[in-house]
Design a binder for this molecule. Structure first.
Ligand code: ADP
Ligand code: MG
Length: 713
């Protein structure tokens, strides 16, 4: 028979150590308490130095009030605090710590030293602690105003805890999170975090701003997408202020910085609510950056549900969570119309074609017996033109495919970052087409997919919330496009196979067994004209790297157009005209921004152009002329004509290829046409009937007939 265990009372020291280990579970918990003490002491600059993720050495230096010499004896005893005198104070307290436990706990599980000086004291005092008590006499020494707390060998006497901790690197990451969080929340206070005898890892300035600190800590990708949120509710005694990322930003790892009454905490309820709102706007399994500072009546918060005070509970949780959800939802709805594509800083030519391999392969609707075209991605005519003189020399039958690959690789594939920055998603049907194609290629070489010509602008789907325009004028213009569409041509273009660019204005395409010559510029102009009508109010932005003064652009544009004109003098002073023109566009600024994402600031500087097609940037050399035409050719007086002429001029501008004859820009122009323009034409373009007869699309050969010719040979 087993003997019953004998119950012994644990020594006070062990009890305290266990309790301390509950409160301080890892260096980051200790640091949080110490930062809060420094903030309570009105510090404006806090410097943190660590060694081994804070396990060996964790020091925090502040410039706050300091600790009075006479308090140094008891400061590390349990339940000693300068912030609470009677029980009722608990309800009113607005400082962070109020249980007088932090320093006591730390002293039970680490070597703790305090060096402090108040403004009144002539010198600083230094004291070391063990198990809540002074370890030796308090020594007078030199020091600055404020407090420096040093924690060494954390958990030296709690072997189990030490073993459970992860690597110093991971602990350091958590320290960074804590410092980063408090630095963002307390942007007026300067924070520095560094590893012992190494360079600074994180530093924010005093009197900085929330956004600036987000930029320093989390980078510009997040900082530039922030929108401010604010909720006030007198009934709930609630006020919320914060910054959240808009729908342009998403990341696999979400960030929720939640402060309740200025304490960094977590709340599962809020976390879930935030995620559920964003899930409708962001791609699957990706999250946002959310920083919220919630202030509640302290009476309504219970921070003591968790020993480390990490999780909090508060009254009226459901209502508050609901308020947060609605607020974020409204904000996201408001911004979902502004898709932003951040192109590279330098224009033009910043756009890059999509990965060729991602494009579904296509073939015409024709029986396999008549199939002549191979997968257009495998081999194209332009590969046999002199793209790269030194390489074409090697182009023999045997190594032709090797050269083809080589050329393909030179096409710059967009980096993940580029794609992430753009939230313009492919229509959902595309995936189906791709799936379909995959099946076909698996089965055999007969890679036939057929795009129903009825798929048109009308069936475009987007993953983000679209604004449906209420303007009848725009709807009328769309209707005109649809009525004017030639369905035969639509069928041809919807199933086109791109063969080659002849030059920047002409291309060859194939449909079924027929070969066509297209006027690329004309097709592109028409495509953009339609895009402007169908994506009305839903454009992204092409942000210019520098604001461009309109007036100067107008001067350039005017000089360009009058160079050969004899009426030069009659036109009057160019400068004055440029001024008038700027005024006109300035007066239309709000409309241009809302409907067309053409952004002009109050100083008459151009900030952004509309993003009509992902991957396409207009030739900026034509910008001055375009702006002049906006003033002279657009009918600003009547709504429908205004939109029609504006869309027409803009489409002309966007369709203009870069005339630079140098080989590199020509080939980049060709690539753009092949990988950006023609895929869009396949997908969306409704060709007007006039294209049948005006030479925009000409049939130049029928392969059936050609075969016959060959057969005779
Ligand atoms: P609490 O913060 O709950 O009062 P702590 O154990 O964290 O308990 O701190 C005990 C006391 O030590 C505080 O009430 C405060 O008076 C003093 N103290 C701690 N850190 C600092 C500091 N950095 N500057 C000034 N006083 C401090
Ligand atoms: Mg404290």
């Amino acid at each position: 028979m087993n003997e019953p265990g004998i119950i012994r009372k644990l020594s006070e020291e062990v009890v305290n150590r266990i309790a301390a280990g509950e409160i301080v579970q890892r260096p980051a918990n200790a640091l949080k308490e110490l930062i809060e003490n420094s903030l309570d002491a009105k510090s404006t600059n806090i410097i943190i130095t660590v060694k081994s993720g804070g396990l060996k050495f964790l020091q925090i230096q502040d410039n706050g009030t300091g600790i009075r010499n006479e308090d140094l004896g008891i400061v590390c005893e349990r339940f000693t605090t300068s912030k609470l005198r009677k029980y009722e104070d608990l309800q009113e307290i607005s400082t962070y710590g109020f249980r007088g436990e932090a320093l006591a706990s730390i002293s039970h599980i680490a070597h703790l030293t305090i060096l402090t000086k108040t403004a009144q004291d002539k010198c600083a005092y230094k004291a070391s602690y063990e198990n809540g008590k002074l370890k030796g006499p308090i020594k007078a020494c030199a020091g600055n105003n404020g407090t420096q707390i040093t924690v060494e060998d954390l958990f030296y006497n709690v072997v189990a805890r030490k073993g459970a901790l992860r690597s110093p690197t991971e602990e350091y990451t958590r320290l960074m999170e804590v410092v980063g969080g408090y630095a963002i929340h307390n942007s007026q206070v300067g924070f520095t975090l560094k590893k012992f005898s190494e360079n600074t890892d994180l530093k924010t300035a005093m009197k900085s701003s929330v956004i600036e600190n987000v930029r320093i800590i989390y980078g510009n990708t997040i900082a530039r997408e922030l929108i401010e949120v604010e909720i006030l509710d007198a009934n709930l005694k609630l006020s919320i202020h914060g910054y959240i990322t808009n729908v342009n930003y998403s990341n696999k790892k979400g960030i929720l910085l939640l402060f309740i009454n200025h304490r960094l905490v977590d709340s599962q309820a809020i976390r879930k609510a935030v995620d559920s709102v964003y899930s409708t706007y962001l791609p699957k399994n990706s999250h946002a950056f959310v920083y919220l500072s919630i202030e509640l009546d302290p009476k309504n918060v219970d921070v003591n549900v968790h020993p480390t005070k990490h999780e909090v509970q508060f009254l009226y949780e459901e209502q508050i969570v609901e308020k947060i959800k609605t607020c974020i939802e409204t904000k996201l709805l408001g911004c979902s119309s502004t898709r932003v594509l951040y192109t590279q800083a330098r224009l033009p030519g910043a756009a890059q074609p999509r990965d060729v391999a991602d494009q579904p392969t296509d073939a015409a609707k024709t029986s396999a017996a008549h199939m002549v075209r191979v997968n257009p991605n495998v081999q194209k005519i332009d590969k046999f033109f002199e793209l790269e003189p030194n390489k074409t020399n090697q182009l023999t039958r045997d190594n032709a495919s090797a050269v083809v690959n080589d050329v393909d690789q030179q096409q710059k594939i967009p980096s993940e970052q580029d794609l992430n920055n753009s939230i313009v998603k492919e229509p959902a049907e595309d995936n189906k087409v791709q799936e379909k194609w995959k099946q076909y290629t698996e089965v055999g070489q007969a890679n036939i997919t057929y795009v129903d010509p009825k798929d048109s602008f009308k069936t475009r789907t987007f993953q983000y919330q679209r604004i449906e325009t209420k303007l009848t004028s725009v709807k009328q213009l769309r209707l005109e496009v649809e009525n004017n569409c030639n369905s035969n041509l639509r069928e041809i273009l919807a199933n086109l196979i791109f063969i080659a660019c002849i030059d920047c204005h002409k291309s060859l395409i194939q449909h079924s067994t027929k070969l066509y010559l297209c006027d690329t510029t004309r097709l592109t102009e028409e495509l953009f004209y339609e895009t402007l009508l169908y994506d009305f109010q839903n454009f992204g932005f092409i942000k210019l790297s520098n604001p461009l003064p309109l007036e100067e652009l107008f001067v350039l544009g005017l000089n360009g157009s009058t160079q050969n004109s004899e009426q030069d003098s009659e036109l009057g002073d160019t400068g004055e005209m440029a001024q008038h023109m700027t005024q006109l566009l300035l007066s239309k600024r709000a409309m241009l921004y809302e409907y067309f994402s053409l952004e002009i600031n109050g100083n008459g500087e151009l900030l952004a152009l509309p993003l009509l097609l992902d991957g396409h940037v207009p030739f900026v050399g034509a910008l001055p002329t375009y702006l002049v035409r906006l003033v002279t050719e657009v009918n600003w007086d009547s709504e429908k004509e205004c939109f029609e002429t504006f869309c027409r001029q803009t489409a002309k501008f966007y369709a203009q290829p870069n005339p630079d004859p140098n080989a590199e820009s020509v080939s980049s122009e060709h690539r753009r046409q092949e990988h950006v323009i023609f895929p869009a034409i396949r997908k969306y373009f409704l060709p007007p009937s006039s294209f049948v007869s005006n030479g925009a699309i000409l049939q130049i050969a029928s392969l059936n007939d050609l075969y016959k010719v060959f057969e005779r040979c």
